[in-house]
Design a protein around this ligand. Structure first.
Ligand SMILES: [Zn+2]
Length: 315
C-alpha cells in the first residue's frame, strides 16, 4: 500500500496503524481493505439480485394460452399479458358488449364494433357454458373439457322429440327449422345433448374399434378423438350443438346442407368443423354438426370465413 493510500485513511485508523510493525500492518490492511470491499459487493449483490428477479418476472409476458381456464372462471388479475385490460375496463366494456348483444345489431362505428368484438374474444377464452352473458361463445373440446357434473337445463329440440338440447338454443333452432321448411328443406335432427356417460361409451367404442384394427392404445385414442371426443369434451355434452342428417348418405350434398350453409348464421348457428379448418379445430369435417354461437358471432365468422377458434383468437 502506498503512502497516498495511507493518507486517505481516517485519522484515528492511521494512529492505530502507526503502533503496529510496518510490514505486517501493510499486508493486513490490504487484506482487510479487500475483504471489506468483497463483503460490500456481496451485500449489494444480495440486495440487487432479488430486485432484478422481481423486475424480470413482472415484465415477463405470459403466453395467452397459459391463462385459458376452461372449467374455472379465471380472475382477470392472473392475466399478466400486457394486452390484458384492467378489471374496471373489463366491467365497462362488458357492459357495452352486453348492450350490443341485447339488440344484436351494431349501432356503433367500426371502432366500437371492433372493440366489443375483441372483448367478446377475450371473455370467451375463460368462460364456461354456465356464463350468463357469454355462454353461447364457450369453447368445448379436448383442450377445454367440461366438468363431469355439468348439466345444462334441457328442452326437447322439436316438440315431442326425444332429442334434447340446452333450452337456451331451442327457440333459435325452431325458428331455423321453420324457415328451412318454408324453403322446402327439412332439417332432421339426429343428435343433440349427450350425457357424460353416453359420450364416454361412444368414445371408448371408437377407441376399441381402432385397437381392434391393430393400433396401440395411444394411437387409437388420438385417431378416435378426430371424430368422437372423450367424455366432457364434446359440444354435445353442453347441449349447444345439433347433428342434422338426411336420408342421403352424404349430407354435404343435400339441399338441406346448402340451405344451412346459406342461412344458419341468421339464426346463430355455424358449421363447427369445416373441411378447410380441420388443422385448427382438431376435428374431421362434420357437415352434420351445427353449433349455436349467437347471431352476431355466427354472421362475423361467416363473413370472415373463420372457425370458432379463429374468431376467439385461440389458434
Ligand atoms: Zn355432432
Amino acid at each position: 500500500m502506498t503512502q497516498n493510500n495511507r493518507r486517505a485513511e481516517p485519522a484515528d485508523r492511521n494512529r492505530s496503524n502507526k503502533k503496529r510493525a510496518s510490514g505486517k500492518i501493510n499486508f493486513k490492511k490490504l487484506f482487510n481493505s479487500l475483504g471489506a470491499k468483497k463483503y460490500l459487493a456481496a451485500a449489494l449483490l444480495a440486495i440487487m439480485l432479488p430486485l432484478l428477479l422481481c423486475f424480470a418476472i413482472v415484465h415477463k409476458k405470459i403466453p395467452e394460452k397459459s391463462v385459458i381456464v376452461p372449467t374455472t372462471q379465471a380472475p382477470a388479475t392472473t392475466q399478466a399479458s400486457s394486452t390484458v385490460i384492467s378489471d374496471e375496463q373489463l366491467k365497462q366494456l362488458n357492459k357495452d358488449s352486453t348492450n350490443k348483444n341485447s339488440d344484436n345489431k351494431s349501432k356503433d362505428g367500426e371502432n366500437g364494433e371492433e372493440q366489443n368484438d375483441t372483448v367478446a374474444r377475450r371473455m370467451a377464452k375463460i368462460i364456461e357454458p354456465t356464463d350468463e352473458e357469454y355462454w353461447y361463445l364457450s369453447i368445448i373440446g379436448v383442450k377445454y373439457p367440461l366438468p363431469e357434473k355439468y348439466a345444462p337445463s334441457l328442452s326437447p329440440l322439436i316438440e315431442g322429440s326425444s332429442i334434447t338440447v340446452d333450452e337456451r338454443i331451442v327457440e333459435k333452432y325452431r325458428q331455423m327449422y321453420d324457415a328451412a321448411k318454408k324453403d322446402d328443406c327439412i332439417l332432421t335432427p339426429y343428435s343433440g345433448y349427450h350425457s357424460y356417460s353416453l359420450q364416454k361409451s361412444s368414445y371408448t367404442r371408437k377407441v376399441n374399434f381402432y385397437i381392434n384394427q391393430g393400433l396401440a392404445q395411444e394411437e387409437a385414442e388420438s385417431k378416435a378423438s378426430l371424430s368422437v371426443q372423450p367424455a366432457g369434451c364434446s359440444e354435445h355434452n353442453a347441449g349447444l350443438a345439433v347433428d342434422i342428417v338426411s336420408a342421403s348418405e352424404d349430407f354435404a350434398k343435400t339441399k338441406e346442407y346448402q340451405w344451412l350453409s346459406d342461412h344458419a348464421q341468421e339464426y346463430g348457428f355455424i358449421l363447427r368443423y369445416p373441411a378447410d379448418k380441420t388443422k385448427i379445430t382438431g376435428m374431421d369435417y362434420e357437415p352434420w354438426h351445427w353449433r349455436y354461437v349467437g347471431e352476431e358471432a355466427a354472421q362475423k365468422m361467416k363473413d370472415k370465413n373463420e372457425c370458432l377458434e379463429e374468431y376467439l383468437g385461440i389458434v
